[in-house]
Each structure stands twice: as structure tokens, then as C-alpha cells.
Design a protein around this ligand. Structure first.
Ligand SMILES: Cc1ncc(COP(=O)(O)O)c(C=O)c1O
Length: 510
């Protein structure tokens, strides 16, 4: 065994090794492969091994990645995958991430990467009309919401002369969130020590938007009971249906009662780029915090979200890790850049570690920078508009087709619909089966959700690869699969379709 392999990782010839990985990924992106699970015996038998005592070297690792791991990756990058609100990284994102991994492994110090970290946050604020707001990146919408609610907690308690980050919370508080809010809001309550039960779900209308009358009633009720209103959480694009809460009316209530207003725009904030929908975002100028996930609609690799607030000092008070000798002690200064700086290591730059919950963190701004540099604000606008058009086209088709039912007019790029036919019985169960069969075909993969109690097929178009032909393809696949299932059901004489799912496996597993 070569001693290099045993003793240290090889730097290798990055250019040729990356070229091999690139070729493997190009092949993957043709989407001609079967689903990973179909091949599991093949790859599991190759990959499953005890802890290796001896290394095989970088060439063998590269080969294993290209031959065995990459071809058995995830269905998420497929253009017809519309289940989750994340997609495959675009090429620009992949290149920027790779560059940062090597040339600037941390978002601190005075480097070009870290300059871009701040500039890209400012670009996002400008792109989405968040005038005067400053941001911080984190790993995803879950953490971005947590960071925003940390600021809300700090603000609410500071008004009472307390420091909850230092002393903890000593009284009951309430966060008013749409009943359609993402469940990470509840988890934020748990993490921030106010408890998941502090999140009060506010009823929505039949379009999935928070009811302003119910919000007002809930606040007034709590004030009578001396519960401290900590925040209102509104959605700019719910995960289920893409609904946008009435932001302007909610902002007015927040002002009236002096309550922090947070908007979860993890998915839907980029919808403001579609000028036909911009009016739905009126009121953004009054929010205290807002999040967006570039790893959703903007095409970033997973792991990039941004929280924006009006006052980053508040974030610092909410999340400071307090000075440490090994960090601040080893540099000239942590904040201001001035003439005494002579080396990139003379300052940590902007102290993002004090604005959130991560110390070590990758440069994420470089990804956002690359995405926007590549296609510009105009390209982003065109992509958002194209995806919104796709949802509308699908909706129009459903309205005209006797075997399809539109369950909700799309607001953004989510469309909720289902297959209907008089002879199929329980439509929820039928569409659930149809969905499983679609997924197993491995081409068009929406998720399901419930809309006003009814099971819906729910494609969310956000991937950079998602183009109009995917709408036709999905519709044809749903009709073909629905017709086939209905025919099978008819020939089985509806025997098993009225019994529980398990009893129908033979017919429904497709
Ligand atoms: C509206 C909304 N908020 C928050 C999240 C959580 O984001 P992440 O999965 O990036 O943590 C999601 C995820 O889809 C979302 O749709």
C-alpha cells in the first residue's frame, strides 16, 4: 500500500478529478437511470462494508462516486419532481459552492467571498423590496424562522426591561401564526423556551389565508389574560397551497398592538417578482422580520436561507455567543474595517456568528451571487413568472377537463387538483393510490396535500429545469394513471376499494 494513501489525504489533480465527477453528474442529469431503490441490491452490496482500516486513495474514491453513488442519487433533481420545495442545485450554484469549499471554507475574514456574503444579502433585500433591512444567512427556512423569532422574543422582552437571551423567559407569551404556517414555527417555540404551545394557530379562510378577524380576537383575548403577545407570523406563500396572507391588514394589526410581525417567505417571497402578483405583497414595508430560502425558488444548493430584520443589533443581543479568547483574541478587531487593516486575518469581518445560531458556517452568499450574476434580476423574474404560469395553465386545463377537478385557484406556483370520475368511489383514497403509482413511474412526482379536507395532488413548480412541457406531461400521466386505476377498479367490481388500504395492495400497488 502506497504510504500517501495511508498517511494523508491527497490533494490530487483537482481539475481532472472534478472533470470525472462532472461527467458523472452530466450523465445523471440525463435522467435515463432507474430509481435508486430499484438498484439497491447492486449498490448496497458494493458500498456496505466495515470501517476500512486502509484507504484506497483518491482515484478509487472518485471512481466509486462516479460509478456507484451518483447514479443512485435522489429523484429530487428530475424536472418532473414537484413534491418538495427544494430542487437540485443549478450549475452556477454547484460551481460557486465548490469554489467556496476550497478557497474560503468559512464566511469570516476579509476575503472576496466574505465581501460577497454581505453584498448578496443586500442584493436579495433590493430584489424583493426589503428596503432598509439587513440579513444573515443560515442553513434553511427552519433556522431562518428560528433566528427571526429569536429577534421577536428579544424585542418583546426588552420592551419590559428584560434580556431573555441572558435570563430566559419568565412569563407566558403568545405567537399568532396562521393555521397553515410551516411546522418549524412550532419547533422554534420549543427551541426558544417559550414552548410549542405558545404558538396559537389562527384560522384561515377557504383560500388558506389567515383570517384577520380571528387574529384580532385572539390578541384581544390574550391581553385580557395578561399573556404577552410576542409575534405574529404571516405567510408569503404557504407550503401547502402557496397562499399569501393579507399582509397589509395583518401589518396594521401588528402596528396597532405593537407586536413584532414576522413573514415566512421561505418559498413565496420571490413571488413578488411577478408584477401581476406584487399587490399581494403590499405591507412588506411594515414587517419586522422576513425570511426567504434561495434553496427553494432561486435554484441554490440545499443549505441556503436568509433572515432579514430592520435592526441587526437586536439579532446580536438575541444570539451573541459572548466574546471568546480564541476568536476575538486572535484578531485586531471583529467589526469595523479601517486603515489599520493589513491582512485578511486582521478582522473577522461582519460577526454573523452573533446574528444566528451557527459559528462555523460556509459562505452562502457566493451561491446567491452566482445565481443572480448568471441570469440577473430579469432572469429571476422570468423564472418566477414562468412557474406561476405553469400552475395557472394546469388549473385552466383542470377546469375544462371532466375527469379533473381544480381544488384551489393557484396563487403562486402550486396547483392543487385531483382526478374525479363518478365510478371511482372514495376520491381521497383513489387519488392517494393514483399518486403512489405516479411516483413509482419515476417521471412526474407531485406531492399530495389536503385542501379544505379533500386530498389533492399538489405539484409545486420551482425547479430551474421545470418548463411548460412538464405541465402537459403531468396532466397526461395523471389522466392515464387515473383511467387505468379506474378500469382496474371497475374490473375488480369495486370489491376491495371500499376496504382499508392494506387489503387492496394486490390491485393498487401498480
Ligand atoms: C413556508 C416554509 N417555511 C419554512 C420551511 C422550512 O424550510 P427548510 O426546509 O429549508 O428548513 C419550508 C419548507 O418547505 C417552507 O415551505
Amino acid at each position: 500500500m502506497n504510504s500517501t494513501k495511508q498517511e494523508k489525504a491527497e490533494t490530487g489533480d483537482l481539475q481532472s478529478l472534478l472533470a470525472q465527477i462532472g461527467a458523472g453528474l452530466d450523465e445523471y442529469l440525463k435522467f435515463e437511470h432507474a430509481d435508486a431503490w430499484a438498484n439497491r441490491e447492486h449498490w448496497q452490496s458494493r458500498l456496505d462494508m466495515p470501517l476500512p482500516e486502509e484507504g484506497v486513495g483518491i482515484d478509487a474514491v472518485t471512481r466509486e462516486l462516479v460509478e456507484t453513488v451518483i447514479p443512485n442519487g435522489s429523484p429530487v433533481p428530475r424536472p418532473g419532481f414537484t413534491s418538495y420545495i427544494t430542487t437540485s442545485a443549478t450549475t452556477a450554484s454547484t460551481l460557486a459552492t465548490t469554489a467556496a469549499n476550497i478557497a474560503s471554507p468559512q464566511r469570516y475574514l476579509l476575503t472576496a467571498f466574505n465581501f460577497i456574503e454581505e453584498m448578496s444579502l443586500d442584493w436579495l433585500a433590493q430584489l424583493f423590496g426589503l428596503d432598509g433591512m439587513k440579513g444573515v444567512y443560515s442553513s434553511g427556512g427552519s433556522v431562518a424562522n428560528l433566528v427571526a423569532l429569536g429577534a421577536a422574543r428579544q424585542s418583546a422582552f426588552e420592551k419590559l426591561g428584560r434580556d431573555p437571551a441572558r435570563d430566559g423567559v419568565d412569563r407566558a407569551v403568545r405567537v399568532y401564526a396562521s393555521a397553515e404556517c410551516h411546522h418549524t414555527i412550532q419547533r422554534s417555540g420549543g427551541v426558544l423556551g417559550i414552548g410549542r404551545r405558545a404558538i396559537k394557530p389562527i384560522a384561515c379562510d377557504d383560500q388558506g389565508r389567515m383570517r384577520v378577524d380571528a387574529l384580532r380576537a385572539a390578541i384581544e383575548n390574550d391581553l385580557q389574560d395578561d399573556i404577552l403577545p410576542m409575534a405574529i407570523v404571516a405567510n408569503a406563500g404557504t407550503t401547502n397551497t402557496g397562499a399569501i396572507d393579507p399582509l397589509e391588514s395583518i401589518a396594521q394589526i401588528a402596528r396597532e398592538f405593537d407586536i413584532w410581525l414576522h413573514v415566512d417567505g421561505a418559498y413565496g417571497l420571490p413571488g413578488v417578482l411577478d408584477e401581476r402578483l406584487a399587490h399581494l405583497y403590499r405591507g412588506l414595508e411594515m414587517v419586522d422580520s422576513i425570511i426567504v430560502d434561495p434553496h427553494k425558488w432561486l435554484g441554490a444548493s440545499v443549505g441556503v436561507a436568509a433572515t432579514f430584520v430592520r435592526d441587526r443589533d437586536l439579532l446580536e443581543r438575541a444570539f451573541t455567543q459572548e466574546p471568546s479568547d480564541y476568536l476575538q483574541g486572535s484578531i485586531e478587531q471583529s467589526g469595523e474595517i479601517d486603515a489599520s487593516i493589513e491582512h485578511s486575518l486582521d478582522s473577522l469581518g461582519i460577526p454573523y456568528f452573533d446574528y444566528g445560531v451557527e459559528l462555523s458556517a460556509p459562505c452562502r452568499g457566493i451561491v446567491v451571487w452566482a445565481l443572480i450574476r448568471e441570469i440577473g434580476a430579469a432572469g429571476m423574474r422570468a423564472r418566477v413568472r414562468r412557474h406561476n404560469d405553469m400552475a395557472r395553465e394546469l388549473a385552466q386545463f383542470c377546469k375544462r377537463h371532466p375527469k379533473l377537478e381544480l381544488l384551489l385557484e393557484p396563487t403562486l406556483s402550486v396547483c392543487c387538483f385531483r382526478y374525479v370520475a363518478p365510478q371511482v368511489g372514495d376520491l381521497d383514497r383513489f387519488n392517494q393510490r393514483l399518486h403512489r403509482r405516479l411516483v413509482r413511474e419515476n417521471v412526474y412526482m407531485p406531492s399530495t396535500t389536503r385542501v379544505n379536507g379533500q386530498l389533492a395532488l399538489r405539484p409545486c413548480f420551482i425547479g430551474a429545469l421545470a418548463e411548460k412541457p412538464q405541465v402537459d406531461g403531468l396532466l397526461q400521466a395523471v389522466l392515464r394513471t387515473g383511467d387505468a386505476l379506474a378500469a382496474e377498479q371497475a374490473s375488480a367490481g369495486n370489491r376491495c376499494y371500499d376496504r382499508p388500504e392494506a387489503a387492496c395492495q394486490d390491485v393498487s400497488n401498480g
